[in-house]
Structure formats: structure tokens, C-alpha cells
Design a protein around this ligand. Sequence first.
Ligand code: NAP
Length: 280
Amino acid sequence: MKVVVFGMGLIGGSVAKDLKIRNFATEIIGVGRTDATNQKVLDLKLVDRILPRDEAIEIADLIVLTVPVNALIDELLFVLDSIKSHQVVTDMGSTKGAIVDAVQNHKNRSRYVASHPMAGTENSGPTAAINNLFDHKVCIICDKEKSDSDAVELVEKMYEALKMNLKYMDAHQHDIHAAYVSHISHISSFVLAATVLEKEKDESAILEMAGGGFESTVRLAKSSPEMWTPIFIQNKTNILEVLDTYIEKMYSFRNYINKGKYDELNQFMKDANQIKKILK
Ligand code: NAP
């Protein structure tokens, strides 16, 4: 099985590492954007070789797109324009609605399987690629019925090799759930970091006091703006909705403290504690 990976950063590099070591791929071919990244990817031995995208597509059995979501639509259209009927393409973008809409009428749409492996770290680029990143995490496959069954089966096999638990969902439903859980968490962490950096000018105080929950809460603020900006743009409507609720809750919290409504403050936190029932 020849697997071609477009965009060899954290996700693409980690996919390449595990698919090779777990014998899913006999050869991994990388398609990169810049010479510097291509060289790093070869130095790290993440792929067997690097090829220009048209040459890579020509020999691929499976093409995996792991570029930021703003670049995904163009890359996917390019691949769909070029592939033959036995080849399969999937993407791993964190948003799905805009991508599936962009290709809905393409003649080769059925060779594409939309997917989102819900796994990652705050690090980016090829040096961030690690083994076992996806193990036992959830992967969402979207609009399965719009893809050929053999294409879905191949992508499912790939995710099984990555040891992921598969779930199925409509692409636009996926974006709503992603906004409500994943995207708001990143926004909240970026805003927390920006707030602390503005208020606390003493860096040593941040370092000394970070152990008390700050470090884990702010971890996501180390994530790449190049990757996250296009996600927030593509999922704007859902993100604005959840952000409005978040800001309302922030105001309530401030109000309870400011007005001395300590019973309400206590109840607010008791209600928030209910997350324990879901995440044990
Ligand atoms: P990353 O580490 O920043 O890697 C992105 C890669 O794409 C880099 O190799 C980069 O090349 C390349 N690239 C950037 N812009 C490009 C463009 N305009 N055209 C072609 N290639 C381009 O990002 P990542 O975390 O792996 O994320 C990749 C994808 O996975 C995104 O779609 C993201 O939404 C999705 N995803 C991310 C996570 C996560 O937690 N990080 C989880 C699940 C899914 P250069 O090195 O040359 O810049």
C-alpha cells in the first residue's frame, strides 16, 4: 500500500510514523510545501521519499491530506481532479462542513472520505510528530454515504492501524460539536494566556505559580495560530454561538463576585462540577 501524505507536520508526520511501523503502508511518500520542511522530514525519516504532488498522486493507493484547513479545499480539489477510480483520498482537517460542501458536485466525490482524528498536542511541525498519537482516541468519519464503500473501508482500515475508535456523523453536525467542545477550549486557553500575560508582568511569578492548575489550563495556548486561525474562520457561525454563551457565563461569574452573591457563585461551580459525571 503506497500512502501519500500532503503536509507533514504534527498530524501528517505522526500518521506517517505509525502507518509505516505498523505495516499498513509499504511506502510513505511525502508532499511538502517548503524545501526546509521537506529536508527536515527526510532527516527525521518520517517518509521514504518526497515527490511533487502530481507525481505522488500518480503512484498513490491512498492520499492523506493533513494541511491546515484553509489549504485543504484547494489541495482536495487538485487531488480529485487527478485521481483514477481505484484511488482514495481522505483529509484530517478539524473542520468538515466547508470542505465537503466545496467538493459536493465533483465527479470524483465518491473517492473522498471526510474524516477528523480527534488527537493532537499543542506542538506543530515535523519535529512534533510522535508515535502512538492516535491510539485509543476517537476519529469521526463524516457523510460516509457520500463515499464509495471500498473507499470508506480503506480509510477505516487505516484508522484501525492507527488504533482509533471510529464514530460516524454528518459533516455540519461534526462542526457544531467540534465548536462546542474542542474549539471553545482552545479559544478559552488563548484568552487565558493573553490575560495573564497582560496582567502579570513578572515572568518569574508565572513560572513559580504555574503548578497550581495554570500550566494544564493554558497548555492549548501554545498551539499554532497558523493552524487555528483558519479553523475559527471556517467554523465562525458555531464558534460565535458558543462564544456568546461563554461570555455570558463569564459575566455571571463576575457579577456573583462583584455583587456578593456567594450562594449563586457556589451553585455555579456545583453545576460546573457535573462535568465529572461525563469525564471521570
Ligand atoms: P502543522 O504541524 O502546522 O503541519 C501542517 C503542515 O501543512 C506543515 O507541513 C506545513 O508545511 C503544511 N502547510 C501549511 N500551509 C500549507 C499550505 N498553504 N499548503 C500546503 N501545505 C501547507 O499542523 P497539524 O497540527 O499537523 O495540523 C494539520 C491538519 O490536521 C489541520 O488541518 C488540522 O486542522 C488537523 N488536525 C490538527 C490537530 C491538532 O491537534 N494539531 C488534530 C486533528 C486534526 P510547512 O512546514 O512548509 O509550513
